[in-house]
Structure formats: structure tokens, C-alpha cells
Write a protein that binds this ligand. Structure first.
Ligand SMILES: [Mg+2]
Length: 219
């Protein structure tokens, strides 16, 4: 990178950070479609006890949503109830104007990004992909290797692609699944924060729910 910026790369979490009205899109969708809550909890526990892989957890989630009748259109209807975070577009455009590279590292779903930020040219998006057939039924997808603890590996991967050190990356996120990536980044900003641990670990905590408040912290 020859931009001369101290932090050439800015990575954002998606749910609760760039997107408002949801903590995790998975919770929003599962509650919205009324999927089997016990089965969902079991898979969650199995993943965190390392009895199943992340890929198996994702496949299980897709299966539950499919069984509850979720389709492309009905999922998009739930996503349409969410809004980009206040100040999100202004923040992204300003970072772009300053010459930063901009990334999303998230365990959410690609259709949330395309639906709410379709026009914005992110430089990197590391996220789960969901696939549908021509009738809009879920056929599967591709898991991100970079969720929870592995979000930090996602940041390292993006720094490698950009030819910079992790100390030259900023991360902005809101919750427990961001602890590892926040620790890996040179500067971290807890925004719209629901995690005491993240607030303690982050370089800065932004309490006003307007994403533009992170801009002075990324000079
Ligand atoms: Mg989040």
C-alpha cells in the first residue's frame, strides 16, 4: 500500500454494526420463521462444544429455515425490515474518499449485504453465502471460514492480500463474536456494543449510535 495512511484497511462487522435492528441475522430469521428452537439451541451448543463443525452448523441452520418454509423472497422480506446503521453510508463514503480499503468480516449472510448495501463497492466481503434454486428455495451455500474465533484469521488474510501488517488494520464491531478479531487488529472500536469484554478490550468505545462517530478514531 502506498496511500500513506496509518490504517489503510478498515474492517467492519455486519450485524449490529453496519446493520441496525438486529443483533444476529440468524436470530432474526429463526425467530421470524419460527424454526425449531430446541434443535437450533442443540446445534449452537454442539458447535461451541466442538462436536460439529461450523460448516455443519450452517447446513443445519439452512435445513431448519427450509423446513420452516423460508424462501428467498420471504427471507428478503425480513431483511427489508432492517436498516443500514445510522451514518453507515456517509462513513463508508468518507473512508473511501480518504483512500482506505474497506472490508466486511462477518458470520451473517451475503444477501444482507447485497440487499442493504448493494451499490457500495466493498473491497472485501468475508461472509456466509446462501444459494437458492430458480423457485427461491434454499439449496445450500458456502460457509465462511472466518467467524467467531476465526474472524481474526479473516483479518490476517485480508492484511496478507493488502500487503500490510495487522497493526495497520482497524476493526469496528459490536459483540462477543468480535473479541478475537478486535484483539488481532491494530486499533479496535466497540460500536453499539453489547459485550463488556469487547468494550474492555477495544481501543475505543463509541456510545452514540451513529457510525460517523468512528471517523475521527480512524485518522
Ligand atoms: Mg455483530
Amino acid at each position: 500500500m502506498t496511500t500513506g495512511l496509518r490504517f489503510p484497511l478498515v474492517c467492519f462487522d455486519l450485524d449490529g454494526t453496519l446493520v441496525d435492528d438486529t443483533v444476529y441475522i440468524w436470530t432474526t430469521l429463526h425467530e421470524g420463521f419460527g424454526t425449531d428452537a430446541a434443535a437450533r439451541q442443540r446445534a449452537h451448543d454442539d458447535f461451541f462444544a466442538q462436536r460439529i463443525t461450523y460448516r455443519e452448523w450452517l447446513a443445519h441452520d439452512f435445513q431448519l429455515l427450509r423446513a420452516a418454509g423460508a424462501t428467498r423472497d420471504s427471507m428478503l422480506a425480513f431483511i427489508d425490515r432492517l436498516k443500514p446503521m445510522r451514518g453507515a453510508f456517509e462513513t463508508l463514503r468518507e473512508l473511501r474518499r480518504r483512500g482506505h480499503r474497506i472490508a466486511i468480516v462477518s458470520g451473517s449472510l451475503d444477501i444482507v449485504v447485497t440487499r442493504l448495501f448493494g451499490d457500495f463497492p466493498f473491497d472485501h466481503v468475508l461472509i456466509n453465502r446462501i444459494d437458492f434454486d430458480d423457485d427461491g428455495h434454499i439449496t445450500g451455500g458456502e460457509h465462511t471460514p472466518y467467524d467467531v474465533q476465526n474472524k481474526a484469521a479473516g483479518l490476517h488474510e485480508l492484511c496478507r492480500r493488502e500487503g500490510i501488517a495487522p497493526s495497520q488494520a482497524v476493526f469496528v464491531g459490536d459483540n462477543e463474536n468480535d473479541l478475537w478479531i478486535a484483539e488481532a487488529a491494530g486499533r479496535s472500536i466497540a460500536f453499539n456494543c453489547k459485550s463488556d469484554r469487547l468494550a474492555q478490550l477495544a481501543t475505543y468505545v463509541v456510545t452514540e449510535k451513529d457510525l460517523r462517530q468512528v471517523l475521527p478514531l480512524i485518522e
